[in-house]
Design a protein around this ligand. Structure first.
Ligand SMILES: [Zn+2]
Length: 186
């Protein structure tokens, strides 16, 4: 496969070694700041891995292209998320210090060190089960901040089949964020 360079964003960050991230489906090559790493060389070295990832993305896109897109107001999303937050606050015995909603380009939600959770407004187009999953996932970060074994163990307690949820969210990402959700009427 020929690597199309325009399909990859290249950024520099304060890290030691080059890294490729695929959070949103668009590969991002992250290079250490002030280093002599050559981007072409790095991409070449990880060509096979990258190709597999890109193939997975294409497959997921196809698989989820006809998923139902829900129509909710932002208010309804806030209500739904708040009810899940309340529910899981009891189970996890931990509450976020604050929750907020805004449009984000790279993630469904995030949890700060101070326990503030930000949800992507685009979640309003998702099925309830995925909204529930995102809420639990972020609230689990109040207890375990990174994606280590303990984190996934905690997730498994509530969502045995969490890899399937993660895949569905990946699929919805392309439906909702690669194209404008406004153009879809279901
Ligand atoms: Zn996470």
């Amino acid at each position: 496969m020929i690597m199309q360079k325009d399909k990859i964003s290249i950024i520099r960050r304060k890290i030691k070694y080059p890294r490729i991230e695929l959070k949103t489906g668009v590969p991002v090559l992250i290079l250490p700041q002030n280093s002599s790493f050559d981007e072409t060389e790095v991409l070449d070295k990880h060509k096979r891995w990258l190709r597999q990832k890109l193939e997975f993305i294409e497959k997921t896109k196809k698989k989820y292209k006809n998923q139902k897109i829900y129509q909710r107001s932002e208010n309804d999303l806030i209500k739904l998320v708040t009810s899940f937050v309340d529910e899981y606050s009891k189970i996890l015995e931990k509450k976020p210090s604050k929750i907020s909603f805004r449009y984000m380009k790279t993630k469904w939600a995030s949890c700060s060190k101070e326990g503030k959770i930000t949800f992507n407004s685009v979640m309003k187009y998702l099925p309830p089960r995925l909204i529930r999953y995102i809420v639990f996932h972020e609230m689990a970060h109040l207890l375990v901040s990174n994606h280590n074994k303990n984190f996934w163990r905690l997730i498994k307690k509530e969502f045995k089949n969490y890899t399937h949820y993660e895949e569905q969210l990946f699929g919805y990402w392309f439906l909702l964020l690669e194209e404008s959700p406004k153009s879809k009427d279901h």
